[in-house]
Write a protein that binds this ligand. Structure first.
Ligand SMILES: [Zn+2]
Length: 102
């Protein structure tokens, strides 16, 4: 099991997880519920981490995430359900989990 991604922005972390799950990669999140204990742990420890269960998926997962993040210059998109604006790298609406409109 290896960590493939972590960020202080948990929307980005959730996006990375969604991205990998859409590709059939088995992942788990660590520290997902750590925000409730901020103050007892350092801010860095509370970052949510994405881990792949199979080491064989590690390199594929890293490049998937890199490709997704490199799309950051693309245009933002607006959710068709809740009308929130999402970063181009998001595969699902950060607010309601609606997929990117096609
Ligand atoms: Zn939405």
């Amino acid at each position: 099991m290896r960590m493939v991604y972590t960020n202080e922005n948990r929307f980005l972390v959730a996006n990375a997880r969604n991205l990998l799950e859409l590709q059939g990669v088995e992942v788990i999140l660590k520290n997902e519920f750590a925000s409730s204990v901020i103050g007892e742990v350092s801010a860095f420890d509370a970052w949510v981490e994405v881990w792949v269960l199979n080491d064989d998926d590690y390199e594929k997962s890293c490049s998937l995430i890199e490709n997704s993040l490199s799309k950051e210059d693309d245009e933002e998109w607006r959710c068709s359900r809740c009308k929130e604006v999402n970063d181009a790298s998001f595969e699902l609406c950060w607010n309601c989990n609606e997929p990117v409109p096609v």
